[in-house]
Design a protein around this ligand. Structure first.
Ligand code: CTP
Length: 232
Protein backbone atom coordinates (compact mmCIF):
# COMPACT_ATOMS: atom_id res chain seq x y z
CA UNK A 1 0.00 0.00 0.00
CA UNK A 2 1.37 3.34 -0.96
CA UNK A 3 -0.77 5.57 1.22
CA UNK A 4 -4.13 7.19 0.76
CA UNK A 5 -3.90 10.47 -1.05
CA UNK A 6 -7.51 11.66 -0.73
CA UNK A 7 -7.60 11.48 3.08
CA UNK A 8 -6.25 13.95 5.60
CA UNK A 9 -3.70 12.47 8.06
CA UNK A 10 -5.18 11.08 11.24
CA UNK A 11 -8.75 11.04 9.93
CA UNK A 12 -9.57 7.38 10.21
CA UNK A 13 -12.92 7.68 11.93
CA UNK A 14 -14.68 7.09 8.60
CA UNK A 15 -12.78 4.77 6.30
CA UNK A 16 -14.23 3.70 2.92
CA UNK A 17 -14.46 -0.10 2.85
CA UNK A 18 -15.06 -2.07 -0.33
CA UNK A 19 -15.90 -5.67 0.60
CA UNK A 20 -16.61 -8.66 -1.63
CA UNK A 21 -18.53 -11.60 -0.19
CA UNK A 22 -20.09 -14.93 -1.10
CA UNK A 23 -19.57 -17.25 -4.03
CA UNK A 24 -19.76 -16.57 -7.75
CA UNK A 25 -21.89 -18.59 -10.14
CA UNK A 26 -20.48 -19.56 -13.52
CA UNK A 27 -23.28 -20.52 -15.91
CA UNK A 28 -23.23 -23.80 -17.84
CA UNK A 29 -26.62 -23.37 -19.54
CA UNK A 30 -29.80 -21.38 -18.72
CA UNK A 31 -30.59 -23.58 -15.68
CA UNK A 32 -27.20 -24.77 -14.38
CA UNK A 33 -24.05 -23.24 -12.95
CA UNK A 34 -20.75 -24.02 -11.19
CA UNK A 35 -20.34 -22.56 -7.72
CA UNK A 36 -18.98 -23.29 -4.24
CA UNK A 37 -20.11 -23.57 -0.63
CA UNK A 38 -19.27 -20.03 0.49
CA UNK A 39 -22.15 -18.66 2.61
CA UNK A 40 -21.02 -15.03 2.55
CA UNK A 41 -21.26 -14.87 6.36
CA UNK A 42 -17.66 -13.75 6.94
CA UNK A 43 -17.80 -10.94 4.37
CA UNK A 44 -21.19 -9.77 5.64
CA UNK A 45 -19.91 -9.85 9.24
CA UNK A 46 -16.95 -7.66 8.22
CA UNK A 47 -19.38 -5.26 6.52
CA UNK A 48 -21.54 -5.11 9.68
CA UNK A 49 -18.49 -4.59 11.90
CA UNK A 50 -17.16 -1.79 9.69
CA UNK A 51 -20.56 -0.04 9.70
CA UNK A 52 -20.83 -0.49 13.48
CA UNK A 53 -17.44 1.26 13.83
CA UNK A 54 -18.77 4.20 11.80
CA UNK A 55 -17.12 3.42 8.45
CA UNK A 56 -18.58 3.59 4.94
CA UNK A 57 -19.24 0.25 3.25
CA UNK A 58 -19.79 -0.82 -0.33
CA UNK A 59 -20.52 -4.55 -0.40
CA UNK A 60 -20.16 -6.47 -3.66
CA UNK A 61 -22.06 -9.66 -3.06
CA UNK A 62 -22.42 -12.94 -4.88
CA UNK A 63 -25.70 -14.85 -4.43
CA UNK A 64 -26.15 -15.49 -0.68
CA UNK A 65 -28.90 -15.93 1.85
CA UNK A 66 -27.72 -13.42 4.46
CA UNK A 67 -29.51 -10.29 5.67
CA UNK A 68 -28.30 -7.16 3.91
CA UNK A 69 -26.33 -4.93 6.34
CA UNK A 70 -28.23 -1.72 7.04
CA UNK A 71 -26.32 1.27 5.81
CA UNK A 72 -24.18 -0.55 3.23
CA UNK A 73 -24.44 0.06 -0.49
CA UNK A 74 -24.95 -3.48 -1.80
CA UNK A 75 -24.03 -4.37 -5.37
CA UNK A 76 -25.39 -7.77 -6.33
CA UNK A 77 -23.33 -9.77 -8.81
CA UNK A 78 -23.45 -13.34 -9.98
CA UNK A 79 -20.45 -14.28 -12.16
CA UNK A 80 -16.72 -13.74 -11.59
CA UNK A 81 -16.70 -11.39 -14.60
CA UNK A 82 -19.42 -9.25 -12.97
CA UNK A 83 -17.47 -9.21 -9.70
CA UNK A 84 -14.28 -8.28 -11.58
CA UNK A 85 -16.05 -5.32 -13.23
CA UNK A 86 -17.69 -4.17 -9.98
CA UNK A 87 -14.36 -4.24 -8.09
CA UNK A 88 -12.68 -2.32 -10.93
CA UNK A 89 -15.36 0.36 -10.78
CA UNK A 90 -15.71 0.76 -7.01
CA UNK A 91 -12.06 0.38 -5.97
CA UNK A 92 -11.46 3.80 -7.53
CA UNK A 93 -12.90 5.34 -4.39
CA UNK A 94 -12.08 3.06 -1.47
CA UNK A 95 -9.45 3.06 1.27
CA UNK A 96 -9.56 -0.66 2.09
CA UNK A 97 -10.50 -3.47 -0.30
CA UNK A 98 -11.41 -6.72 1.46
CA UNK A 99 -11.60 -9.61 -1.03
CA UNK A 100 -13.55 -12.07 1.07
CA UNK A 101 -15.50 -13.56 -1.87
CA UNK A 102 -14.92 -17.14 -2.93
CA UNK A 103 -14.47 -16.32 -6.61
CA UNK A 104 -14.69 -19.36 -8.89
CA UNK A 105 -11.30 -20.27 -10.36
CA UNK A 106 -12.80 -21.83 -13.51
CA UNK A 107 -15.79 -21.27 -15.72
CA UNK A 108 -17.23 -23.25 -18.63
CA UNK A 109 -15.46 -22.46 -21.92
CA UNK A 110 -18.88 -22.21 -23.61
CA UNK A 111 -22.27 -21.36 -22.11
CA UNK A 112 -25.00 -23.28 -23.88
CA UNK A 113 -27.91 -21.04 -24.94
CA UNK A 114 -30.38 -23.89 -24.52
CA UNK A 115 -30.72 -26.41 -21.72
CA UNK A 116 -28.27 -29.28 -22.22
CA UNK A 117 -30.42 -32.40 -22.72
CA UNK A 118 -29.75 -35.65 -20.93
CA UNK A 119 -28.18 -38.36 -23.04
CA UNK A 120 -27.26 -41.87 -21.99
CA UNK A 121 -23.51 -41.23 -22.19
CA UNK A 122 -20.71 -39.42 -20.37
CA UNK A 123 -20.23 -35.80 -21.21
CA UNK A 124 -17.25 -33.50 -20.54
CA UNK A 125 -17.33 -29.87 -19.62
CA UNK A 126 -14.37 -27.80 -20.76
CA UNK A 127 -13.38 -25.25 -18.10
CA UNK A 128 -11.21 -22.19 -18.56
CA UNK A 129 -9.61 -20.05 -15.81
CA UNK A 130 -11.53 -17.00 -14.63
CA UNK A 131 -9.70 -13.69 -14.24
CA UNK A 132 -8.01 -13.35 -10.86
CA UNK A 133 -9.43 -10.14 -9.42
CA UNK A 134 -6.80 -9.68 -6.69
CA UNK A 135 -3.87 -10.42 -8.97
CA UNK A 136 -5.21 -7.93 -11.56
CA UNK A 137 -5.25 -4.91 -9.24
CA UNK A 138 -2.91 -2.09 -10.26
CA UNK A 139 0.51 -2.03 -8.56
CA UNK A 140 0.36 1.71 -7.91
CA UNK A 141 -3.02 1.61 -6.17
CA UNK A 142 -3.83 3.96 -3.32
CA UNK A 143 -5.78 1.57 -1.09
CA UNK A 144 -5.00 -1.27 1.32
CA UNK A 145 -5.63 -4.72 -0.16
CA UNK A 146 -6.76 -7.62 2.02
CA UNK A 147 -6.96 -11.06 0.44
CA UNK A 148 -8.43 -14.19 1.97
CA UNK A 149 -6.91 -17.65 1.69
CA UNK A 150 -9.19 -20.66 1.96
CA UNK A 151 -6.90 -23.63 2.59
CA UNK A 152 -7.30 -27.29 3.45
CA UNK A 153 -3.59 -27.98 4.14
CA UNK A 154 -0.32 -26.08 4.83
CA UNK A 155 -2.48 -23.08 5.69
CA UNK A 156 0.28 -20.63 6.61
CA UNK A 157 2.68 -21.52 3.80
CA UNK A 158 -0.06 -21.39 1.15
CA UNK A 159 -1.37 -18.09 2.51
CA UNK A 160 2.16 -16.64 2.50
CA UNK A 161 2.47 -17.59 -1.18
CA UNK A 162 -0.88 -15.90 -1.98
CA UNK A 163 0.24 -12.74 -0.17
CA UNK A 164 3.35 -12.57 -2.39
CA UNK A 165 1.88 -13.80 -5.67
CA UNK A 166 -1.22 -11.59 -5.48
CA UNK A 167 0.65 -8.57 -4.08
CA UNK A 168 -1.65 -8.22 -1.03
CA UNK A 169 -0.94 -6.02 2.00
CA UNK A 170 -2.66 -8.53 4.30
CA UNK A 171 -3.92 -12.10 3.87
CA UNK A 172 -6.49 -13.62 6.21
CA UNK A 173 -6.11 -17.40 6.11
CA UNK A 174 -8.59 -19.96 7.25
CA UNK A 175 -8.68 -23.72 7.29
CA UNK A 176 -11.72 -24.74 5.29
CA UNK A 177 -11.19 -28.45 5.89
CA UNK A 178 -12.60 -28.07 9.41
CA UNK A 179 -16.22 -29.15 9.79
CA UNK A 180 -16.71 -27.29 13.11
CA UNK A 181 -15.86 -23.77 11.87
CA UNK A 182 -15.05 -21.83 8.71
CA UNK A 183 -17.10 -22.35 5.57
CA UNK A 184 -20.90 -22.18 6.10
CA UNK A 185 -20.41 -22.00 9.88
CA UNK A 186 -21.19 -19.05 12.21
CA UNK A 187 -17.70 -19.39 13.71
CA UNK A 188 -14.21 -18.96 12.37
CA UNK A 189 -10.56 -19.07 13.41
CA UNK A 190 -8.08 -17.14 11.30
CA UNK A 191 -4.38 -16.43 10.85
CA UNK A 192 -3.51 -12.96 9.61
CA UNK A 193 -0.33 -12.50 7.57
CA UNK A 194 1.14 -9.07 6.96
CA UNK A 195 3.43 -7.92 4.16
CA UNK A 196 6.31 -7.28 6.62
CA UNK A 197 6.24 -10.91 7.82
CA UNK A 198 4.24 -10.34 11.01
CA UNK A 199 1.64 -13.01 11.82
CA UNK A 200 -1.36 -12.74 14.16
CA UNK A 201 -3.99 -15.30 15.09
CA UNK A 202 -7.60 -14.87 16.12
CA UNK A 203 -8.74 -17.99 17.89
CA UNK A 204 -12.10 -19.62 17.30
CA UNK A 205 -14.99 -17.23 17.86
CA UNK A 206 -18.25 -16.13 16.29
CA UNK A 207 -17.67 -14.59 12.86
CA UNK A 208 -19.16 -11.34 14.21
CA UNK A 209 -16.43 -11.18 16.88
CA UNK A 210 -13.65 -12.16 14.45
CA UNK A 211 -14.96 -9.48 12.06
CA UNK A 212 -14.69 -6.72 14.69
CA UNK A 213 -11.05 -7.66 15.36
CA UNK A 214 -10.28 -7.75 11.64
CA UNK A 215 -11.81 -4.31 11.03
CA UNK A 216 -9.66 -2.84 13.83
CA UNK A 217 -6.54 -4.46 12.38
CA UNK A 218 -7.27 -3.30 8.80
CA UNK A 219 -7.95 0.31 9.85
CA UNK A 220 -4.81 0.31 11.94
CA UNK A 221 -2.60 -0.90 9.08
CA UNK A 222 -4.29 1.55 6.72
CA UNK A 223 -3.51 4.39 9.10
CA UNK A 224 0.12 3.30 9.47
CA UNK A 225 0.47 3.18 5.67
CA UNK A 226 -0.59 6.80 5.44
CA UNK A 227 1.54 7.80 8.39
CA UNK A 228 4.57 6.20 6.74
CA UNK A 229 3.92 8.01 3.46
CA UNK A 230 3.67 11.33 5.25
CA UNK A 231 6.85 10.60 7.20
CA UNK A 232 5.14 11.21 10.52
N1 CTP B 1 -9.58 -14.42 -5.83
C1 CTP B 1 -9.76 -13.46 -6.82
N2 CTP B 1 -10.07 -13.86 -8.10
C2 CTP B 1 -10.17 -15.16 -8.41
C3 CTP B 1 -9.96 -16.16 -7.41
C4 CTP B 1 -9.67 -15.75 -6.12
O1 CTP B 1 -9.65 -12.26 -6.54
N3 CTP B 1 -10.48 -15.52 -9.66
C5 CTP B 1 -9.25 -13.95 -4.47
C6 CTP B 1 -10.22 -14.38 -3.39
O2 CTP B 1 -11.26 -13.44 -3.22
C7 CTP B 1 -9.31 -14.44 -2.17
C8 CTP B 1 -7.95 -14.84 -2.74
O3 CTP B 1 -8.01 -14.54 -4.14
O4 CTP B 1 -9.17 -13.16 -1.56
C9 CTP B 1 -7.58 -16.26 -2.56
O5 CTP B 1 -8.62 -17.09 -2.98
P1 CTP B 1 -8.52 -18.66 -2.77
O6 CTP B 1 -9.77 -19.31 -3.33
O7 CTP B 1 -8.10 -18.99 -1.37
O8 CTP B 1 -7.27 -19.03 -3.66
P2 CTP B 1 -7.03 -19.17 -5.19
O9 CTP B 1 -6.24 -18.02 -5.66
O10 CTP B 1 -8.32 -19.42 -5.89
O11 CTP B 1 -6.06 -20.43 -5.25
P3 CTP B 1 -6.37 -21.98 -4.83
O12 CTP B 1 -7.86 -22.21 -5.14
O13 CTP B 1 -5.46 -22.75 -5.71
O14 CTP B 1 -6.04 -22.09 -3.37
Amino acid sequence: MRGISARAPGKFDRVRFLITAGPTREPIDPVRYLSNRSSGKMGYAIAEAALEAGHEVVLISGPVDVTRPRGAAVIAVSTSDEMFAAVGQHSLRCDILVMCAAVADYKPAKVSKSKIKKRGENISLELIPTRDILASLPKDRQYLVVGFAAETENVEANAQKKLRDKNCDIVVANDVSRADFGMESDENEVTILFRDGEIKKISRALKTIVARELVKIFVNVCEKGLTKKNGR
